[in-house]
Design a protein around this ligand. Structure first.
Ligand SMILES: Nc1ncnc2c1ncn2[C@@H]1O[C@H](COP(=O)(O)OP(=O)(O)OP(=O)(O)O)[C@@H](O)[C@H]1O
Ligand SMILES: [Mg+2]
Length: 252
């Protein structure tokens, strides 16, 4: 297992658990989507895996190494984890290039410059404007920039918190295509929390439904997508003959 959580509990206030014993394993290069109602603990789970919120019990292992009590920066440097938070994931006043560089603060200078060039070259939407301020980017481009920043240290495990939030349907598809492309190019394992669950599951190997800090359901992404009850409860309904585009309403 590349990433393993065992019976993880965590919370923000002593005695109040937000995560109530989560057990989950991700194989190398798997893409797994986490869905669930607002407030069910999805962001908290990612923050706990990354070390921003300490686990009060249970263990987190990366590539077999116990990271449960390890500081965030050590998880980044030694265990190749990267996290793209739900909000505020780019520095607007900095240039696009400086945002990418910021992801590699701890890297030796030459390596950092080479890696930033490589990523900027791979994504011309960013590379062609590398010296412009990041707040000049569109929503989709900003998300791509946040991904590039996270990719700087060549992580093995990428934790994404609602990367498609606020994007138009076409841009949501583009973003998930980029995630699949990143998996192939970077050999990365991806755990992705998403509200656009249908599109995210469509590019995922497996899906997890989190309810009240517990895994309520999990299975192959295709199976979750085909389950009428799951779709009704958590995916906003699947396209049907009478309701061909159930997601459009949200994006209007
Ligand atoms: N910093 C914090 N301090 C105290 N409580 C918090 C903090 N962050 C989150 N919580 C609480 O933890 C619970 C889970 O929040 P979390 O952000 O993990 O949910 P979520 O599943 O990501 O929701 P959403 O879909 O709205 O993003 C909520 O009840 C929230 O109010
Ligand atoms: Mg959240």
């Amino acid at each position: 297992m590349k990433l393993e959580a065992k019976n993880v509990t965590a919370g923000y206030v002593p005695g109040v658990n937000i995560l109530n014993g989560i057990t989950l394993g991700l194989a190398e290069q798997e893409i797994v989507t986490v869905v669930g109602p607002n407030g069910s603990g999805k962001s908290t789970f990612l923050k706990c895996l990354m070390g921003f919120v300490p686990a009060s019990s249970g263990t987190v292992r990366v590539s077999g190494v116990d990271c449960t009590a390890m500081a965030v920066h050590r998880r980044v440097r030694n265990h190749r984890m990267a996290f793209v938070p739900q909000l505020d994931n780019v520095y607007g006043p900095l240039t696009i290039r400086d945002n990418v560089r910021a992801g590699g603060q701890h890297m030796p200078r030459a390596d950092r410059e080479r890696r930033a060039d490589e990523l900027l070259h791979r994504y011309p939407a960013l590379g062609d404007r590398a010296n412009q301020r990041a707040d000049s980017l569109s929503g989709g481009e900003r998300q791509l920039l946040a991904l590039c920043r996270a990719l700087m240290p060549r992580p093995d495990v990428l934790l994404l918190d609602e990367p498609s939030a606020g994007l138009s349907p076409a841009k949501v598809t583009e973003l998930f295509d980029a995630v699949v492309d990143i998996r192939a190019q970077e050999n990365v394992t991806v755990l992705c929390v998403e509200q656009n669950a249908v599109q995210s599951l469509a590019v995922s190997d497996r899906g997890i439904v989190l309810v009240q800090g517990q895994v309520a359901l999990q299975g192959p992404a295709r199976q979750l997508l085909a389950d009428p009850q799951v779709s009704e409860l958590y995916l906003g309904g699947l396209p049907t003959a009478t309701n061909p585009e159930p997601f459009m309403e949200e994006s209007l």
